[in-house]
Design a protein around this ligand. Sequence first.
Ligand SMILES: Cc1ncc(COP(=O)(O)O)c(C=O)c1O
Length: 391
Amino acid sequence: MSGVLSARTAVNPLRRLTIDQLRQRTSLKWREYPDDVLPLWVAEMDVPLAEPVARAITDAVARGDTGYPAGTAYPQALAEFARRRWAWDGLVVEHTALVPDVMHGVVEALRLVTEPGDAVVVNCPVYPPFYESVAHADRRIVEAPLGEDLRIDLGTLEDAFRRARPGGRPAAYLLCSPHNPTGVVHSAAELTAVAALAERHGVRVIADEIHAPVVAGGARFVPYLSVPGAENGLSVMSASKGWNLAGLRGGLLVAGPAAAGDLARVPFGVSVSTSHLGVIAHTAAFRDGGEWLDALLTGLDDNRRLLAALLAEHLPAIRYQPGQATYLAWLDCRALGLGDDPATVFLERGRVALNSGLAFGSGGRGHVRLNLATAPELITEAVRRMTSAVG
Ligand SMILES: Cc1ncc(COP(=O)(O)O)c(C=O)c1O
């Protein structure tokens, strides 16, 4: 009960920083564009660091504790978080490996279950580095587009699984759960069907679950490894999105019981490349950052509602289905008649930076992705700028 009360009274971290403070930041979101551009693009949040995380890394710096990572505090903290938040007690600390960050974890997972030249199925439109990382790992992409409702289309996925295994070669399915950019949370029934399909076609599932902590009020994240039939799956998790820790890198590769043998092949050199300060930060976030996260999630619920209301009023031609997770909004701008790349128009005419949908693969044309993890005033300003670009 006290947890509920304190979460309600915790300050919304999205309201803590002014634009002048944000413009002093030196990270990608705030440095890519000139100062007259309002940046609501790359997935960084405009929040101060959660106090328990700040304390943990400050203490580590004071100790000079800046060596290589060691121990199991990170997977233990995640296992307890998973038990509390997702009612899942299947995360086995011994079945995890530290990875430098989520995308390196994804590439390591691909190396464990496929060979160069093998196929990796993705549900486009999807997080652009999936394409880049798969190509960099010498694997090839097979697209399985999302349905009209932006959910996984099992018929399309099955067709992609068939195309992915010519001559019975290994193949992987890189599942984005929750999905970036749509914010869709896959249901237990959908994930169970995915697991059955993957089993039937001999495709190995790797779930990128980096956005799992960031769910809307009333939504329930289901860990892929918790569904029946997912025993040989792999998941990559991190506190990076939930607590804005991209500058304090770290991730965990988590294996289902039948994939633990694969995980044992992750080289020591990969795990030890993880930032020790990152591990300390992520551990503190999962262990002690729940109250801060709750305040963030309440603020994001408000921002989703605000964006929907502003678009309905000023830009009703834009289609926006508020997601149940992530702090990203996927906007279908095709009816505006701005061409394939409306982000360029919004940037050039409105001085607001959004992600171009084109980078998200098939289905991204005419779309933009807007980052909601900012102050409500800046969302209002972004829509004002977008409206001026169109008018
Ligand atoms: C789905 C997804 N995976 C991975 C990442 C990047 O994670 P990392 O910086 O830990 O590699 C992001 C960042 O936004 C993401 O949205």
